[in-house]
Design a protein around this ligand. Structure first.
Ligand SMILES: NC(=O)c1ccc[n+]([C@@H]2O[C@H](COP(=O)([O-])OP(=O)(O)OC[C@H]3O[C@@H](n4cnc5c(N)ncnc54)[C@H](O)[C@@H]3O)[C@@H](O)[C@H]2O)c1
Length: 267
């Protein structure tokens, strides 16, 4: 069977890297998108190739419309189609500032990278996926085309989509927007058989959480999460692999919590 192709944004390090490497181990062609660190992305490509799959590093700032278009065009030029988009790239606020004093510059930056970027990248990729589905239906007849291969779009949001942290409101608002984005695209793309999912990681050990490690160490030890450990990029990657491998065929618009049970209310 022909290898399928995944585009994973921000996959030079952290959660995205874990996802890209896991997809490579499952035989996927992987586009390793990165913003600035070409050497880190090249290392991820090397690891995927060592596992026997194809990978290409592609620089693109997902907050730029031109870059998004180029990223999709280059992916199609390299691998002909996109079967899986993983919206992973994201940033934390440069400084955690109180809701009453946080400035518009931080808000615009967070919204551009964490919400507007994935929103319009998903729009571009969805159009390509729809065209590919239509093409297959035309060739194979309706029923067959529908089951030939089920493309998917996965967005990495956060527990911040529903957890209020008044010292990083911009981050929370952007992540909450991704939840609605998932529902919208899930409804719009359902007839084409394109599954759309949101993965909500909890506290995951990456560079992003490096600066607050001691705070979270203490909270986790104190029982903040029923499963008392840090999440790892591989934990998130496993959820993506379940979707990529087609293990959720009758679910779309679904939220998968990968958070050690953080979302559970307790009494
Ligand atoms: N670490 C956590 O605890 C945690 C929890 C919940 C959600 N998340 C989310 O998971 C995703 C990955 O986070 P991480 O912890 O691996 O962070 P990270 O900072 O280690 O990695 C983020 C990656 O995204 C890339 N990136 C940032 N801006 C970009 C842009 N404009 N264009 C292209 N790439 C860009 C970075 O270069 C980096 O490679 C983010 O969306 C984050 O909000 C993280």
């Amino acid at each position: 069977m022909q290898a399928r192709t995944a585009l994973v944004t921000g996959s030079g390090r952290g959660i995205g890297r874990g996802i890209a490497e896991a997809l490579g181990r499952e035989g996927w062609n992987v586009v390793v998108n990165y913003a600035r660190d070409a050497a880190a992305a090249a290392e991820v490509v090397r690891i995927i190739e060592a596992s026997g799959s194809k990978a290409i590093a592609m620089q693109a700032d997902i907050s730029s419309g031109d870059d998004r278009r180029r990223l999709v065009d280059q992916t199609l030029a390299a691998f002909s189609q996109i079967d899986l988009l993983v919206n992973n790239a994201g940033i934390a606020p440069a400084v955690r500032a109180d809701l009453l004093s946080a400035d518009e510059e931080s808000f615009d930056r967070l919204i551009n990278v964490n919400l507007k970027g994935p929103y319009f990248l998903t729009q571009l990729v969805a159009r390509e996926m729809l065209a590919a589905v239509e093409g297959r239906r035309g060739q194979a007849g309706d029923g067959e085309g529908r089951s030939a291969s089920r493309p998917a779009i996965v967005t990495i949001s956060s527990i911040s989509a529903y957890t209020a942290s008044p010292n990083r409101g911009d981050y929370c608002v952007a992540k909450a927007g991704l939840s609605m984005m998932t529902k919208l695209f899930a409804v719009r793309l359902a007839d084409a058989g394109i599954g759309v999912y949101e993965i909500r990681p909890g506290i995951i050990q990456t560079d992003m959480t490096g600066g607050v490690k001691e705070k979270y160490d203490a909270l986790i030890a104190g029982g903040l999460t029923p499963l008392r450990r840090w999440g790892m990029p591989e934990d998130v990657a496993r959820a993506v692999i379940a979707i990529a491998c087609g293990l959720l065929p009758f679910s779309t618009g679904e939220v998968i919590n990968v958070d050690g049970g953080f979302h559970l209310r307790q009494l």
